[in-house]
Design a protein around this ligand. Sequence first.
Ligand code: ZN
Length: 259
Amino acid sequence: MHAPIRSAAALLAATALCSACAAVPGASATPPARATVQSAAATAPAAPVVLLDPGHNGGNRAARDAIDRPVPDGRGGTKPCNTTGTATAAGYPEHAFAWDLAQRVRARLEASGVRVVTTRGADDGVGPCVDARGAAGGRAGAVAAVSLHADGAAPSARGFHVAHADPPVHGTGPASRRLATALRDALRSGRFSPAGYIGRDGLDGRDDLAGLNLSTVPTALVEAGNMRNAEDAAVLASAAGRDRYAAAISAGVLAYLGR
Ligand code: ZN
């Protein structure tokens, strides 16, 4: 519902208002020293909040009843609360990939002054449901929400793609597309190849992803690669590969934020 530029504008407006008040002679009985402190606090830039949503969860497989429960899909229908996700042929699961990648992206974003909130705090729990994941960005006051996944397509298919809600639901369409494009560009700059089997040029407009449909803040979902493809799996399952993904994804988020 609110793009980052609007948050920044609101902050600037609030700052300008306070500065104007302080400049009016006799308008305030506040001692000068205190006014200086207040002014410094008012002009300190707030760290932007970014929501990271590592897909699935390690406990989902043993909790089928809980994760099969229907929840709103954001377009008037329902979807299962959550799914187990996919895995490489060698058994490296998507939930572990997404969790590890989120920690690496978090570290890089925090090092750049971004406050990070995540939709789950461990990799051995159940859920949360996709509707809760979708609502989490708005609840956290995030300026952007990024879901992290890897695909489970035919073994011959490879490459990444970034999904965004299309048609958009909450007025965040243009900003979500900018976010998805920034992530796509950063992944390409990081020498990852856009998928040839889905979407176009690494972008894919989707109407069936509840987390994207239900987000009130700009959002995109990264499918980092195809876990069923041997070449992609080798990168997805290696720590060095995940670090490369993290570098690209955090660079994409920072580019979107203009930082
Ligand atoms: Zn997934």
